[in-house]
Design a protein around this ligand. Structure first.
Ligand code: NAP
Length: 312
């Protein structure tokens, strides 16, 4: 029984309209209980603020700049790089995309990075992953100057994150945390279950939740009885890469569900790791795919680039 009143002073036709509106709103609530965590909207709001930060930097004669290195012709990577460059332009950050042939030697790539490390017009350096098999990604990431490590993958950045002194948080986990902050979803004292332990998402997001006072459980492909963990969770972050991994029976009523996964179905449809349609009837808040964590990743790359330029 939901308490509601319709003012008796309203005319009959108005009372019918108000009643219809109430019934509609109640029925939609029953069908779709979860609040949508709208990453597209949050990104827009944050990027508007970033435009002002860029203007402030320009007034100090600092034009923030991001260099993106793409090795090879991977179609998905090409799209990601284009999107990153466009996002920079939109907020007034200049971007330099360096496209290298797929057979570029590791030594040449490292030399390119060294030169960007010295370039005062470049504040952030990103090497688009994955790299061709003949190049050691670890070595490449270690060559980026930590002061320009806007992806947050350098060992120094990772160590700083572990000890609570991060300068550059990795972009996707940072995007997850920003979404929780934007919607004022509490973290402290709650149980967060992270599914996935990759260096780029699972581990850092777990550390960031821990830093904010959550009790964190990390589940992996080796976890026995995944459901027994997720059902206890106040916050579930799924970063696996398997459609429909998280189903309704695995989620506690009212839990916050953050879906990092991106999967392309045979039909061409893009989905996350969560059975969104059904889980959104149980969860308290949920990120859609697309339009949830995805847009936040590039937004956090912009954040890190501005931060690097502001640190000068
Ligand atoms: P990854 O390196 O492949 O890691 C996947 C993790 O999932 C591994 O730790 C693996 O466990 C775990 N896992 C696999 N099957 C599992 C199962 N049945 N139950 C529990 N855990 C399981 O992937 P990633 O790079 O972290 O990316 C994860 C997903 O996020 C992908 O869909 C990717 O496309 C997406 N992503 C999205 C963004 C974004 O901007 N939205 C950014 C990055 C990644 P083990 O370690 O035991 O193998």
């Amino acid at each position: 029984m939901v308490p509601c009143t319709i003012r008796p002073s309203l005319k009959l036709s108005e009372r019918v309209r108000v009643k219809d509106a109430l019934i509609f709103s109640l029925s939609t609530k029953v069908a779709m209980a979860a609040k949508i965590i709208d990453g597209k909207h949050v990104s827009q709001v944050l990027r508007e603020e970033m435009k002002k930060r860029t203007q402030n930097l320009l007034q100090k004669n600092i034009h923030p700049g991001l260099a993106v290195i793409l090795v090879g012709e991977d179609p998905a990577s090409q799209v990601y790089v284009r999107n990153k460059a466009k996002a920079c332009e939109d907020i007034g950050v200049h971007s330099r995309v360096i496209r290298l042939a797929g057979d570029t030697s590791e030594a040449d790539l490292l030399e390119q990075i060294e030169s960007l490390n010295q370039d005062p017009s470049i504040h952030g350096i990103l090497v688009q992953l994955p790299l061709p098999a003949h190049i050691d990604s670890g070595k490449v990431l270690e060559t980026i100057s930590p002061s320009k490590d806007v992806d947050g993958f350098h060992r120094e950045s990772v160590g700083a994150l572990v000890t609570g002194h991060a300068v550059f948080y990795p972009c996707t986990p940072h995007g997850v945390i920003k979404l929780l902050e934007f919607y004022k979803l509490p973290v402290e004292g709650l149980h967060a279950v992270v599914i996935g332990r990759s260096n780029i998402v699972g581990k850092p997001v777990a550390l960031m939740l821990l830093e904010r006072g959550a009790t964190v459980t990390i589940c992996t492909s080796r976890t026995k009885d995944l459901k027994s963990f997720t059902r206890q969770a106040d916050i579930v972050v799924v970063a696996v890469g398997k459609p429909h991994l998280l189903t309704t029976d695995m989620v506690k009523s009212g839990a916050v569900v953050v879906d990092v996964g991106i999967n392309r179905l045979d039909s061409g449809k893009l989905v996350g790791d969560v059975d969104y349609e059904n889980v959104s009837e149980v969860a308290g808040s949920i990120t859609p795919v697309p339009g949830g964590v995805g847009p936040m990743t590039i937004t956090m790359l912009l954040e890190n680039t501005l931060k690097a330029a502001e640190a000068l």
